[in-house]
Structures are given as structure tokens and as C-alpha cells.
Design a binder for this molecule. Structure first.
Ligand code: MD3
Ligand code: FE
Length: 198
């Protein structure tokens, strides 16, 4: 796939543990919430929180959007840790820093349907994804829904950079392989995506 760069095992186990320890107090301050679908209000199976000046949220009345505050606590999102900004710097090859780091939590049975990330004004900036915990089957399609797709297993410590054409393709998480990692307390998978919102 054009614009996709895959860095398997970019973070070794000690680095994954250090990152998770770094995130723990931030997630305590900005707890995971469960977004709901625009219009229908159907809850996501994935829980989310954010770091940075902006965070991605969704609910029945407001729909998909970025905003500066946590939808439940009303507080500003915690800052993106320097270790994550350094990682962005090392792999994104983009002049601007990320404004949002979306943190996705996949507990038992959570998945994410095929979608395109299109709520960012900056259409050129890449997205950097970091996987922690249980492995997941990631599905990658093309620019239109209904075309051919391929799947890729994302494991703990893997980093994916989606730039260029890959930034605008359909993608989702088919399933998480429960029990495949011991990293995340309580089990499951955490995915971080850093974004320039524009
Ligand atoms: C391809 N997250 O948060 S990360 C999302 O594993 C999202 O939680 C998945 O899709 C996850 O929006 C996949 C890899 C990823 C992230 C953003 C992309 C792939 C992408 C944007 C465009 C194309
Ligand atoms: Fe996405």
C-alpha cells in the first residue's frame, strides 16, 4: 500500500512497559469514555480517551468532532508525553507536531468497523499508530467502500505510519486476539493514533 510504512516491533517490551507507565496517570486524569454514534446514539464497542490540545469525540447530538475538553470531566485533555512526540518526530517525516493522540481501548470483543478518518482539516499529514497489548487483525481497503481489502496483524509494539494515499483509505479492526499479550492490566488492546487536525 502506497504511503503505508509498517515498523513491526518498533518498541521492545521494556519500552512498551515504560510507555504504558507513562500513560497511566494521564488516563487516570482523562478516563476512558464510550463514544456513541451520530444520530442513532449506538455505543461504540471501543472505549476512548485523548491526549493533546484536541481530542476526537462522538455522540448522538454532536456527531464526530475534535474538541479541547473531555466529554465527561469537562477538563482539558492531558498533554501528549514527550516520548510520543519523539516517536512522531522519528517516524512521521512531517514538519508539524501532532495535535491529538486518540487512545483506543479494546476490551473483550471490541472491534472497529471499516471507516475513513476524515475529521481532520489537514489532509496531508500522516497518522502514526502504536499498538500495545493483545494483537489485532487490522483490515485495510481502498479509497472507496466495497473494494478489495487486505488484512494485517498488529501486535504489541508495532508502529504504522499512514501517509499519502494510505491516509484516506477505508480501514478497521476486525477482531482482537484475546489473551495474546500480558502487557495491558486487565487484558485487551490499546491503540494510540497521533494526528494533526489542522
Ligand atoms: C489508515 N484505529 O482510531 S490504527 C482510528 O487500531 C483507527 O485502533 C485503529 O482506525 C486501531 O481511527 C487502526 C491504524 C490506522 C489509523 C488511522 C488511519 C490506520 C489508518 C487513517 C487512515 C488510514
Ligand atoms: Fe481510523
Amino acid at each position: 500500500m502506497n504511503g503505508l510504512s509498517f515498523h513491526p516491533a518498533y518498541l521492545d517490551r521494556p519500552a512498551q512497559e515504560a510507555l504504558l507507565a507513562n500513560l497511566a496517570p494521564l488516563i487516570k486524569a482523562a478516563p476512558f469514555f464510550r463514544p456513541t454514534m451520530p444520530k442513532t446514539g449506538k455505543p461504540f464497542s471501543v472505549e476512548m480517551t485523548n491526549l493533546g490540545p484536541l481530542g476526537w469525540v462522538s455522540d448522538k447530538d454532536g456527531g464526530y468532532r475534535y474538541q479541547a475538553t473531555h466529554p465527561v470531566t469537562g477538563q482539558a485533555w492531558p498533554a501528549i508525553p514527550q516520548a510520543l512526540l519523539d516517536l512522531w518526530q522519528a517516524v512521521a517525516h512531517y514538519p508539524l507536531p501532532p495535535q491529538a493522540c486518540l487512545v483506543n481501548l479494546y476490551r473483550d470483543g471490541a472491534k472497529m468497523g471499516l471507516h475513513v478518518d476524515a475529521d481532520e482539516r489537514d489532509r496531508d499529514a500522516p497518522v502514526v499508530s502504536i499498538s500495545l497489548g493483545d494483537s489485532a487483525i487490522f483490515r485495510l481497503g481502498g479509497a472507496t467502500r466495497g473494494g478489495p481489502t487486505t488484512s494485517l496483524k498488529l501486535s504489541s509494539g508495532d508502529v504504522v505510519v499512514l501517509g499519502g494515499p494510505a491516509r484516506h483509505v477505508y480501514h478497521g479492526i476486525d477482531r482482537v486476539l484475546s489473551g495474546s499479550s500480558t502487557l495491558v492490566p486487565g487484558g485487551g488492546r490499546i491503540n494510540l493514533t497521533m494526528r494533526v487536525v489542522g
